[in-house]
Design a protein around this ligand. Structure first.
Ligand code: F6P
Length: 326
């Protein structure tokens, strides 16, 4: 394997709080270990269009606390084509970038996996997504901040829900995963979470209503994971209107505000540890692995495993929700 002199770094897909802390850790650990760093703007798009700048330690000053990504990000269609990836490889050669660190979610790491299978490029991934849906890591960068944001929002909705004695159906992000909905519901004291993972097994709304969840309370809060499988908050609200017309229900879709904000201490620490670990991984000759955090230890997860889409939610939390909403 050719000796690595210059490492390229990019953020890709949906931004997540902590991506900047990860970029800082990657840049500084790389410089500390004697590598050059080239920052690639706008994800894979910038790799194709050559939007690349050499980064020194000062380029990542004062960003550990910032949400979003100073590198910008994109969901890049061209990179899904062989021509796009060929062009990206040519730009890498021209820029003399020997290895890549990709910070992103499922789609970004799937892109990295494909690229690595076609070209001889060592790539290390960092799980950067609020969805927490990457296999092999207990937590992804941005998840904890998003969870705290959800909790903050639901606390406020609770004030009006209680005053009006209403049912609030609150939609949270997660793409096709229920981590944010389930843990957000526990953290905010919601009555229930409706998640895609069990949507085909049980009618979660019917079960909730039949449990008589409103017998001891006049207001209630239900978190619904966005997903065609759950029907989202609008789908659930429509069902409530037609099947249980005596309930006074309101809908709130939290949307992209869940992606913003300054990262929590937990996300900053996770991003810093993972960023440093990405450079260690390259020094050890690792390639095509995602850095994971398993039982508080850094692990290397092959891309093929990380993106396999079957990370399980902790179903015992559903039982806890049931018990706590009596
Ligand atoms: O993957 C992160 C995420 O925020 C998902 O939770 C959500 O489904 C999606 O991105 C939204 O993507 P976009 O910002 O492109 O609309």
């Amino acid at each position: 394997m050719a000796k690595i002199k210059t490492i390229g770094v990019l953020t890709s897909g949906g931004d997540a709080p902590g991506m900047n802390a990860a970029l800082r850790a990657i840049t500084r650990s790389a410089i500390y270990s004697g590598f050059n760093v080239k920052a690639i703007y706008r994800g894979y798009r910038g790799l194709i269009t050559n939007e690349i700048v050499e980064f020194k330690t000062q380029n990542v000053s004062n960003i550990v606390q910032q949400g979003g990504t100073i590198l910008k990000t994109a969901r890049c269609k061209e990179f899904t084509t062989p021509e796009g990836r060929q062009q990206a490889y040519e730009v890498m050669r021209k820029q003399e970038i020997d290895a890549l660190v990709v910070i992103g979610g499922d789609g970004s790491l799937s892109g990295a996996r494909q690229f690595a299978s076609e070209f001889d490029v060592p790539i290390v991934g960092l799980p950067g997504t609020i969805d927490n849906d990457l296999y092999g890591t207990d937590h992804t960068i941005g998840y904890d901040t998003a969870l705290n944001t959800i909790m903050w929002c639901v606390d406020r909705i609770r004030d009006t829900a209680t005053s009006h004695e209403r049912l609030f159906i609150i939609e949270v992000m997660g793409r096709n995963a229920g981590f944010l909905a389930l843990n957000g519901a526990i953290a905010s004291g919601a009555e229930a979470a409706i998640i895609p993972e069990i949507s085909t097994e049980v009618d979660q709304l019917k079960e909730l209503i039949q449990s008589g969840f409103r017998k001891s309370k006049n207001s209630s809060i239900v978190l619904v994971a966005e997903s065609p499988v759950t029907g989202g908050a609008m789908g659930i609200a429509e069902r409530v209107r037609t099947e249980y017309p005596d309930m006074d229900a309101r809908v709130t879709i939290l949307g992209h505000l869940q992606r913003g904000g300054s990262p929590t201490a937990q996300d900053r620490i996770l991003a810093s540890r993972m960023g440093a670990a990405a450079i260690d991984a390259l020094l050890e000759g690792q390639r095509n692995v995602m850095i994971g955090d398993s039982n508080d230890e850094i692990v290397y997860v092959p891309f093929s495993k990380a993106v396999r889409k079957d990370k399980q939610v902790d179903r015992s939390l559903l039982e806890i929700l049931r018990r706590l909403s009596v």
